[in-house]
Design a protein around this ligand. Structure first.
Ligand code: COA
Length: 248
């Protein structure tokens, strides 16, 4: 697949965001490929666990900003919403391996993963407000639930970066390691060798208390996000990104 590499390692599927020259910034085609890969992993009895990582020196720079301007998501059928939907509903364990930048959806997708490994110096951020946008992927519910209201507010409202070390302290990350992918694959193999029905049922139980609530929040967020994308605040922020790029 184009900018998503998919590799089957025994009963583990490794999906790699593979657009390193653009910090793995996610395009509609990449969201579609991710959604397709997750849907096929869901239905494939031989796949027990999925690991997601990024190629090159980043996890992902987040949604491609040029695509935010040229092909903004329009509704539940848009590639990004299809990806978020299967990410939220994916029944098997998802493990993320994070290094370098994890911007926007690069951080919010971690809240849907079951285990997360990261380097201490990974740079996470959710600069939605700074871009004139609003949080997405259920993060306005999942993040404060994880870290408490005041920390979530501070991070969302200032748009500041936080390190892998800080993410570990926040319990967004299981463990810090210099090689998150190796660690993620090692743990994935352990989980893949557990009884598969117990794994699926246990994941469903762990999520059952908030699964429906997250779906509702995701819908509300996506409505506001779509409106925000068209706003002057967002368009000005995107133009600033382009100007910075053109100045080199
Ligand atoms: N959309 C489009 N292009 C992106 C991108 C994104 N989200 N993230 C990175 N890129 C591109 C850069 O424009 C650059 O392209 P170029 O070589 O054609 O100029 C290339 O990837 C390398 O990125 P660069 O900015 O040179 O790397 P850096 O290490 O200095 O900074 C980031 C990395 C991720 C901090 C920076 O690229 C950035 O802020 N990206 C935008 C993040 C963002 O706001 N995403 C949306 C979240 S909702």
């Amino acid at each position: 697949m184009g900018n998503i590499s998919s590799n089957k390692l025994g009963q583990v599927m490794h999906l790699m965001l593979d657009r390193p020259e653009k910090k793995n910034a996610l395009t509609p085609a990449m969201y579609s490929d991710l959604a397709k890969a997750l849907n096929s992993a869901k239905d494939d009895f031989d796949i027990r666990v999925v690991v997601i990582s990024g190629a090159g020196n980043a996890f992902t720079g987040g949604n491609d900003i040029l695509d935010f301007m040229d092909t903004p998501p329009t509704g539940p059928d848009s590639p990004v919403m299809q990806f978020l939907s299967i990410l939220h509903d994916f029944p098997k364990p998802l493990i993320a391996a994070v290094h370098g930048n994890a911007v926007g959806i690069g951080t919010t997708m971690l809240m849907h993963c079951d285990l997360v490994y990261a380097t201490a110096d990974a740079k996470l951020s959710m600069p939605f407000v700074s871009l004139g946008l609003v949080p997405e992927a259920g993060s306005s519910l999942l993040f404060p639930r994880l870290v408490g209201h005041v920390i979530a507010s501070e991070i969302f409202l200032t748009g500041r970066n936080f390190t892998g070390t800080e993410a570990h302290e926040m319990r967004l990350v299981n463990e810090l390691t210099s090689d998150p992918l190796a660690k993620a694959l090692e743990v994935a193999e352990v989980i893949a060798n557990q009884p598969p029905t117990s794994i699926i049922n246990t994941k469903a139980l762990l999520k059952s208390g908030h699964h429906q609530a997250v779906a509702m929040v995701m819908e509300a967020e996506s409505e506001l996000f779509r409106i925000a994308l068209e706003s002057d605040e967002a368009q000005i922020a995107f133009m600033k990104f382009l100007e910075k790029k053109s100045k080199g």
